[in-house]
Design a protein around this ligand. Structure first.
Ligand code: NDP
Length: 333
């Protein structure tokens, strides 16, 4: 009898919570797809700030050790028994749960992946699934941006920020972006920001008041958290929307209801998972992102590529605010 030995694949593993140095390049065995599953050989993996939260303990990671990563594009190499609708050779993308994208190959539930249109480059798709779907639900569903709205986007030159600014501009909004450096300001302008505030030089609350003649903005998209939350509330007009969707600088302090009462503000702390949980929502959201890429509304900035084995360096650069646009990890070899 021949013994079936599952081939090993290379992956980044986390054995303990900590800094970028805990990301280890190792061999793992992933086995074969079971009912409802497919095996995917990754072509490109999107790096996201959420990967930093899980690695560093801001979000509770699954049991240790784990393979990080929540966004990738790859080719189907095997399908589970009896599975229809997916074939070996399909190019598919996924974003969100399950974690495990930092690997040469991974097993995924077939209903979590979407087909990648042939018009969209796989590396572009891998850098925009999670970030682009986030921009979709933030601008179209958590708050619906309309022509003539004035909006404030923090970290406007980042992965999500770059897409938010381009898309909001195309929707007819007046876009104010914040960035930390003049170099990032150049990119934010190119991405459709009508006003860019460089936070190392200017106080963003005062600048927003100047720009809006004291009126404030309809909505703030705040992914920075601790350092910006309070100022963001101050930038809102009466009955404005505070969309707090991340905490790159740390979790914001608790908010008393009185902080909202002074201007009848709305506050939401949304998550992509809840806006793409149903299969039809996932397909629609991803479809809108891909359509906006094909039509030129979104120009995806794949500004940094790292070999997957160098994921620690990629994390270091993202955390140190050295990156702009999207960052992708490419499986070696
Ligand atoms: P980014 O490329 O935007 O990187 C983070 C940026 O945040 C930095 O480049 C930096 O821009 C800014 N920043 C401000 N303060 C700090 C700080 N103290 N440390 C590090 N960065 C800081 O990352 P992503 O595009 O991957 O993610 C953007 C945000 O969106 C994250 O907070 C992420 O958690 C959130 N997110 C939330 C989702 C949701 O559904 N809730 C889904 C996807 C992403 P600058 O130097 O210009 O200030």
């Amino acid at each position: 009898f021949a013994t079936v030995v599952n081939a090993m694949v290379k992956a980044i593993r986390v054995h303990q919570i900590g800094g970028p140095e805990v990301l280890k390049w190792e061999d793992i065995e992933i086995g074969d797809p079971k009912d409802g599953e497919i095996k995917v050989k990754n072509k490109a993996i999107g790096l996201n700030f959420i990967d930093v939260y899980f690695r560093s303990g801001v979000y509770k990671a699954p049991a240790l050790p784990f393979t990080p990563g929540m966004e990738a594009v790859g080719v189907v190499t095997a399908v589970g028994p009896g599975l229809t609708g997916r074939q070996v050779g399909d190019v598919v993308a996924y974003a969100g749960n399950p974690m495990g994208a930092y690997a040469e190959e991974q097993i995924l539930p077939a209903d979590k992946v979407v087909p990648v249109p042939s018009s969209v480059d796989p590396i572009v798709a891998a850098s925009v699934m999670l970030k682009g779907m986030t921009a979709q639900y933030l601008l179209r569903r958590s708050f619906k941006v309309e022509r003539g709205h004035t909006i404030l986007v923090h970290a406007a030159a980042g992965g999500v920020g770059s897409l938010l600014c381009q898309w909001a501009n195309a929707l007819g909004a007046i876009v104010i972006g914040t960035v930390s450096t003049n170099e990032k300001a150049v990119q934010a302008k190119e991405d459709g920001c009508h006003h860019v505030i460089v936070t190392k030089q200017d106080n963003f609350v005062e600048r927003v008041a100047d720009i809006t003649s004291g009126q404030g903005v309809e909505v703030v998209y705040d992914s920075v958290g601790k350092d910006t939350f309070e100022g963001s509330l101050a930038c809102l007009k009466t009955r404005g929307y505070m969309v707090s969707f991340g905490q790159a600088s740390g979790s914001p302090d608790p908010v008393p209801l009185s902080a909202l009462a002074s201007k009848s503000l709305f506050l939401t702390r949304p998550s992509l998972m809840h806006y793409t949980a149903k299969r039809d929502e996932l397909l629609e959201t991803a479809g809108e992102v891909f359509a906006n890429i094909s039509s030129g509304v979104l120009r995806v900035r794949v500004n940094h590529k790292y070999p997957l084995s160098q994921a620690a360096q990629a994390h270091l650069d993202l955390e140190n605010r050295k990156t702009t646009g999207s960052v992708v990890l490419i499986p070696d070899g």
